[in-house]
Ligand binder design. Structure first.
Ligand SMILES: NC(=O)c1ccc[n+]([C@@H]2O[C@H](COP(=O)([O-])OP(=O)(O)OC[C@H]3O[C@@H](n4cnc5c(N)ncnc54)[C@H](OP(=O)(O)O)[C@@H]3O)[C@@H](O)[C@H]2O)c1
Length: 304
């Protein structure tokens, strides 16, 4: 039996990083490093880790993801989402390893009337999107072995995110207001990790053809944050969660009421046919992953 390949995961305590580590564990020798163990913005530390670990694959799940804060801190966003990606890409080239990276739906402006294909024109509306796009472009222009997965609206049971905030608020408030004029595709971090694993491990297809590609990686369908909230609360209600605010008590509002510092695209639906074709599978609709999220959340926190 051949030796297992070594996978270095950066940002291993984030939503995607954590799921990547658990899904890859077993079939790979996984070295997951949190931001405290490796600050990817420190080029010298990155080189040192590569020399020590000698990875076959680097999965960069580290990112500055505070979309609103990035408006006032664009240099911090650039540090992690562009400059660190540049170092990682150059170091992967030097060590001849595959770089797996994650991009965002926020590289698009949301003006299209149809789902965005991987090659469509980008035009980020905010500092976070610009920093991520700079990282993507550097990899595409310089890497010899890469995979970029473009994600949207990522959530995981172990983190503070939109669905966990909605559930906690619904326990204590009898009414909630949620925006209905931003549309995307809620994407579970476990779904992301499983499909990245499958794309890397599935044999047969020509790896040269599969690598050096951008793949949109989201489930099927689309939703507004309002749709997401009411679907989440109706499933939570059906599963016996103790809620003060039920799905019918959620009121739709417009984004203009939130005064969010970062401008967001109104509607970005990612066309995910390329990856489904590559994997030879059909993804479920976005809301099929909600029950798993709720069950995992309940296992983690029995009081919910
Ligand atoms: N979340 C979304 O809705 C979404 C949507 C589209 C695309 N994406 C992309 O998907 C990827 C994963 O996102 P996620 O949802 O897993 O984000 P996340 O939960 O915020 O995780 C990001 C991780 O990166 C770490 N990190 C930040 N700066 C770092 C640095 N300089 N060095 C090392 N680690 C650092 C963070 O650690 P600390 O917490 O300690 O700072 C955190 O653990 C990112 O590339 C993101 O841009 C996310």
């Amino acid at each position: 039996m051949p030796d297992r390949q070594t996978v270095l995961v950066t940002g291993a305590n984030g939503q995607v990083g954590r799921n990547i580590c658990s899904v890859f564990d077993g079939s790979f020798n996984v070295i997951g490093l949190s931001s405290l163990e490796l600050d990817v913005g420190e080029a010298a530390a990155t080189h040192k880790i590569f020399d020590k670990v000698r990875p076959d694959i680097v999965i960069n799940a580290a990112a500055y993801t505070k979309v609103d804060d990035a408006e006032a801190n664009s240099s911090l966003a650039d540090r992690t989402n562009f400059h660190a990606v540049r170092h990682l890409c150059d170091t992967c080239l030097k060590h001849d390893c595959l770089l797996v990276h994650f991009s965002t739906d926020y590289v698009f402006d949301g003006e299209a009337t149809r789902p965005y294909s991987e090659g469509d024109q980008t035009n980020p509306l905010n500092a976070y999107g610009r920093s991520k796009l700079a990282g993507d472009n550097y990899i595409i222009e310089n890497s010899k072995q890469y995979l970029i997965f473009r994600l949207a609206w990522v959530y995981d049971h172990a983190d503070v995110n939109f669905p966990s905030k909605i559930l906690h608020a619904a326990k204590v408030k009898d009414r909630l207001k949620v925006v209905d004029d931003q549309i995307g595709t809620p994407t579970s971090a476990e779904f992301v990790a499983k499909n990245v694993h499958q794309l890397i491990t599935t044999g047969g297809a020509d790896k040269n053809q599969r690598y050096n590609n951008v793949y949109n990686l989201v489930p099927n369908g689309e939703a507004s944050w309002f749709d997401f909230a009411i679907r989440l609360l109706s499933r939570a209600d059906a599963l016996g969660f103790n809620l003060k605010c039920k799905a019918e008590d959620v009121m739709p509002i417009k984004s203009s009421h939130l005064a969010q510092p970062a401008k967001r695209p109104q509607r970005v639906v990612l066309d995910n046919r390329k990856i489904q074709q590559e994997l030879g599978i059909r993804f479920a609709l976005w809301d099929a992953y909600i029950d798993d999220f709720l069950e995992q959340l309940r296992r983690q926190n029995e009081n919910i």
